[in-house]
Design a protein around this ligand. Sequence first.
Ligand SMILES: [Zn+2]
Length: 411
Amino acid sequence: MLSIEGNIVHIDGVRRERVEIDSETGLIIKVGPETGVADLILKEELVFPGFVDLHVHAREDTSHTQDYKEDFKTAGEAAVNGGVVAFLEMPNNPVPPVDDASYQAKSELTHTSKIEIVLYAGIGPNTFPFSKNVPYKLYMGPSVGDLFFTSLQDVETVLEKYKGCFVSFHCEDPKILDDNAGAPTHEARRPKEAEISALDFALTMIEKYNLSGKICHASTKEAMEKIRSAKSQGLKVVAEVSPHHLFYSTESLTEANRNFMQMNPPLRGKEDKDALISALKDGVIDFIATDHAPHSIEEKIKGTSGTPQLDTYGSVATWLMKEHNFSPTDILRVCSQNSGKFFSQYSTFKYGEVKVGFVGSLTVLDMKKENKITKENLKTKCGWSPFEGVVFPGSVTTTIIKGYILKNENT
Ligand SMILES: [Zn+2]
């Protein structure tokens, strides 16, 4: 049994309480008044239901050709370091999980991780829905990997088969990307219009085929408005934003950092970034999802898209609280509760709240302990971060996984 006393963050506010976790079942067995005696007694720190990230590329697959970038074990370590207690993992691998057998084979590899990982299944030009309930991911246009379409007509032909399924969409219109392929910069080659057009298409597909849709890493002001209006019309759609689009804009780009800040969709203007932060705060956006995409430094210099983000998940949450007035409850909603509920559909555990019967995985933030990101304090195998040099206002001091303390930096 593990007992913790401290400021527990709930949906209706923060209360000093005692939490008991059965380390055998991994479940919370008691939440009640503090006693002054516990394995871990916290002072001003905030104790959240563990953060859950719905968008991670851990790179390992049955081909093992990309294990040099990251694998399930190191991605799990980076997650724990950043306060993430479970994640959903993306299918754009050399051997993509696109049917029951390939999904099962890849799932078995995740057991080297100390945290729970559930896989997305890929939707490609020739795929079919699985026999069991899994989350699906669809790349409309080319990004990293071969799992993509060359036209939106082809996308619709395939989606028809997935009626009623849960589909996550990477929204960039392949035609618009193609039309801009000769533009001088990464952000000009992947313009806002590509996201806006693909988002319109995704929303139409969600309605037409009765899908439950998730819009991945939405990055534009226009997307915020379209998602807001789709939700108000009752469409079954939820949406992610990614830390890099909240923290950086095209104004942050320099000749020296530009390759390391390259991702799909790219960084946008300051007004987009501001719109994302407000939409996240007012509930139009449901999740902070990292799009953790580890590549080696050599690959980044050559121009591969994607950035590693798991190590810094909790740090970004402290920045939103300090710089953008997010309350602990706002953070709980976008980092724990909404994503926890989503993840729980595919797990035997319930994530997202500190309550009896829920998983005993917790994330502790210390808002008084500044945290400067350096290569030395990262656990991702690729060994770098787009946040290197940034001093965040708080730290992840403790991460508890199913009743075991896997990170503890309390002083
Ligand atoms: Zn991604």
